[in-house]
Design a protein around this ligand. Structure first.
Ligand SMILES: Nc1ncnc2c1ncn2[C@@H]1O[C@H](COP(=O)(O)OP(=O)(O)OP(=O)(O)O)[C@@H](O)[C@H]1O
Length: 292
């Protein structure tokens, strides 16, 4: 098991990506010269349109795809070393999982312990305790004997989060954890991520829910086949950067002050949860303008 985390002993660098380029076998370069830095004890949003390279970046950090040029380090180590030490946990997109595979909830969570076991994969009392604790932490203890395929979308997400917790990953990559979950589950996941941040872990979360980013992310990385902006949310998550990242995909509505009873409110939306900016620049103070 990994040594206990402490804010004092944790290295300052969580994930460091320097000029990373990923080209798939068909010749498509999904990421070019991507660079950013994430400190430990933070939650970072990974934002970009469909196809901008978010999953590719996760796969590069997980060693699933090769970085042709550039460098990625995790907690100051080359990725191979970090993966070998079980430091990185991955919560995949729901579409990437075969839900027909007959496996119990508790077995999925136990998979998080595989890297801690020897080649015979015999679970010890410590492995079982880690699985129990992880299931309880995500509120899925009562469903541990259910088949994973029988669960709702939000419950499946919780189970995969529990697998990451059981693994005791210090860096946790979450690929669209809020897609298809109700607001209550989203709030529960955000609360859990905050707790993990307070333990000094590093979370990189891809999401299309722009509205919830300022609420729970300390930092943001804006991506479109390369990194367009990165840094603290309040500096990075600006209307100008979002317009640059999403181009014509971003819906942009300005509510008329006469309608909302206060100053004009800017609404930026990529998907289900819109971002409200109460203090928009004067340039777009027309009533209810919408750009598809
Ligand atoms: N295995 C692959 N072989 C070739 N091209 C791929 C492969 N996987 C992804 N791509 C391409 O790389 C680009 C980036 O894909 P990626 O899945 O990283 O985007 P994304 O930002 O995660 O998108 P989404 O928001 O839809 O999940 C896309 O143009 C995609 O078609």
């Amino acid at each position: 098991m990994n040594a206990p985390l402490s804010a004092r002993s944790a290295p300052a660098s969580g994930i460091s990506v320097t000029n990373a380029t990923v080209t798939y076998r068909n010749g498509h370069t999904a990421l070019r010269d991507a660079s950013f830095e994430i400190p430990t004890g933070t939650i970072t949003a990974l934002i970009g349109v469909n196809g901008s390279g978010k999953s590719t970046l996760f796969k590069a950090i997980m060693g699933f795809v090769r970085v042709a040029r550039g460098d990625i380090t995790v907690l100051g180590r080359p990725i191979e070393a970090a993966l070998k030490q079980n430091l990185v946990a991955y919560v995949p997109q729901s579409e990437d999982v075969d839900w027909n595979f007959p496996v119990l909830v508790e077995d999925v969570v136990m998979m998080g312990r595989y890297g801690h076991m020897n080649f015979l994969r015999i679970a010890t009392a410590r492995d079982r305790a880690a699985v129990d604790a992880a299931l309880e932490r995500v509120g899925m203890g009562a469903m541990r004997k259910r088949q994973i395929g029988e669960l709702s979308g939000g419950q499946k997400k919780r189970v995969f989060l529990a697998r990451a917790l059981a693994q005791d990953g210090r860096v946790i990559l979450l690929d669209e954890p809020f897609t298809g979950v109700d607001v209550q589950t989203e709030a529960a996941i955000i609360e859990l991520l905050r707790g993990l941040r307070d333990e000094g872990r590093v979370m990189l979360v891809s999401t299309h829910n722009l509205g919830s980013v300022p609420e729970f992310c300390d930092r943001a990385v804006l991506l479109n086949r390369t990194v367009l902006a990165h840094g603290p949310t309040r500096e990075t998550f600006t209307q100008a950067n979002l317009e640059r990242t999403f181009g014509g995909v971003l819906r942009h509505v300005v509510l008329d002050p006469a309608t909302v009873g206060s100053g004009p409110i800017n609404i930026l939306s990529d998907d289900e949860s819109p971002l409200l900016l109460p203090d928009p620049p004067a340039a777009s103070a027309e009533s209810a303008e919408a750009r598809p």
